[in-house]
Design a protein. Structure first.
Length: 142
């Protein structure tokens, strides 16, 4: 089974705009999920989904928060499996290339790992689309 999900996307926005969208609680909450989040090494964050049935919270610890790399553990509340999410940004002129990696999915036991891999993979595709929509809207708002 695959253990790592990777996504890559280029946004027509500055590296700082993309960094803010993935590292600031108020921006994460606008496009991703309600966030108690600080991009500070050691901070214990909490993502809470509002309005979705059967959805639990995501908790973890910030492992790295150096512009422009953000890495944190990802624990679905009620499970014991610890995975890691890492975002890396690179400036490409006026654009920003974003690399996302979600690793350690084989830490889930048995068939649960396959299910979680498929769920996370589709979820990150949705997140990339939501982030793109958010960044486009923010570009026209300012």
């Amino acid at each position: 089974m695959k253990d790592v999900i990777t996504k890559e996307r280029t946004f027509n926005r500055s590296i700082q705009a993309v960094w803010n969208a993935i590292s600031k609680a108020e921006e994460l909450s606008a496009w991703f999920i309600d966030a108690d989040f600080k991009a500070e090494k050691g901070y214990n964050y909490r993502f809470t989904s509002s309005g979705e049935e059967n959805c639990t919270a995501i908790v973890g610890e910030i492992l790295e928060a150096d512009p422009y790399t953000l890495s944190y553990t990802w624990i679905v509340e009620g499970t014991k499996a610890v995975t890691t999410v890492t975002w890396r940004l690179e400036s490409e002129g006026e654009n920003t290339k974003l690399y996302l990696e979600h690793s350690g999915i084989s830490n889930y036991e048995g068939e649960t790992a396959v299910t979680m891999f498929n769920n996370f993979n589709g979820g990150w595709d949705n997140c990339m689309s939501e982030l793109n929509t958010y960044l486009k809207k923010e570009a026209h708002a300012g």
